[in-house]
Design a binder for this molecule. Sequence first.
Ligand SMILES: *[C@@H]1O[C@H](CO)[C@@H](O)[C@H](O)[C@H]1NC(C)=O
Ligand SMILES: *[C@@H]1O[C@H](CO)[C@@H](O)[C@H](O)[C@H]1NC(C)=O
Length: 174
Amino acid sequence: MFLMRTRSWNNNSLLILCLTGLYLHTNGITVLIPHHFVSASVDENAILSVEYRCTGVPTIRWRQLSSRGMTNIITWEPGSYQNISENYQDRIQQYRNGSIQLSNVQLYDAGCYVVTVTDKVGGSKDGVIILNINVLFAISILLMFFLWICNQSVELYKMKKRTQSVTDMELSAL
Ligand SMILES: *[C@@H]1O[C@H](CO)[C@@H](O)[C@H](O)[C@H]1NC(C)=O
Ligand SMILES: *[C@@H]1O[C@H](CO)[C@@H](O)[C@H](O)[C@H]1NC(C)=O
């Protein structure tokens, strides 16, 4: 009786071991990204939204891909530690589901963001989000600046013209 129970336990554990092996083999990590394109205006906050499933203890890492290569933004293990890069220290917030929020986005934040979920047995999965920064606001400031320059130039031109005509009048009076 005792022997039989042991044997059946052994069979079950073998089955579980097999299934676990199969599961690990097929990589027990899922990274789900609902929106691959995210838009925000300058000085707004942007949420890079993701949801993951991981059979073991995950490490979540966000990086930005640019012409300079991959820049680390944040790496954390839920409930254990977090490591935030200097440039993002006071403008990033991470959520339980793996998402991050970037505060006060600027034009240089536009680009490609890569999230990587890694487990302890070396499995990992990536997800990609493109962040687009709307430039309408920035452009309107630029346009206002040009308008101001234009006004100043016109005033300057008029002033020069006036001085010129006064000089001409003085010359003709001589
Ligand atoms: C993850 O959590 C954040 C904050 O609660 C939320 O804004 C975001 O939509 C969530 N993402 C998904 C894919 O559920
Ligand atoms: C945190 O990140 C920096 C730079 O990416 C790295 O040099 C450092 O070793 C990391 N610290 C931990 C605890 O991971």
